[in-house]
Write a protein that binds this ligand. Sequence first.
Ligand code: SAH
Ligand code: MG
Length: 195
Amino acid sequence: MKELIIEMENYAKEKNVPIIEKESIAFIMKYIKNNNIKNILEIGSAIGYSAILMASSNAETKVTTIERDNERYMECLKNVKKAGLEKKITVVFQDALEVNLSDVKYDMIFIDAAKGQYTKFFEKFQYFLAPDGVIITDNLNFHGYVGKKDEIESKNLRGLVDKIEKYIEFLKENEEFETEFLKLGDGISISKRRG
Ligand code: SAH
Ligand code: MG
């Protein structure tokens, strides 16, 4: 298992796959254990790195993860198999915004896909969250660019950062959810329904 994780980290580095930072996944794994999270939905599997670590956090934890890129989806399937976690991880090959979920409710939803679509993901998937569930979002600092829009030359990149800033505003102003922002790794948020 440890070898597979290192292999995946090396693959991600070589192929420029943006996997979660160690500090952030360590926090999430602890959260899963401490809160006995059983049912997780992940938006953005990439090669399965975070899905495998989340599924390994607790004996009863299951993960459904969605990926729209074929090459990454295939790589993810391969890694889940290598980890022997086929029974705990379901990989869905589709655009998350087009997925039709059945009536399942998740204890945790982990948003880690296209940064420009974060608000859309939140708005869609909040209905699949259990009453006392949590929505965690990764990369809210976006590699240090958030809050420094004026220094960015690329128009595309500026647009993306703008959308992340709007998502942060959306979370701060959300009347149903209360959000905590943590300066861990590339920045994560923890959103729970207001009590
Ligand atoms: N969670 C992974 C990293 C995910 S990287 C980890 O930490 O190990 C983000 C992934 O989201 C990319 O592989 C990208 O192809 C995928 N993605 C982006 N937008 C998506 C969408 N709308 N639906 C499904 N997957 C998406
Ligand atoms: Mg990420």
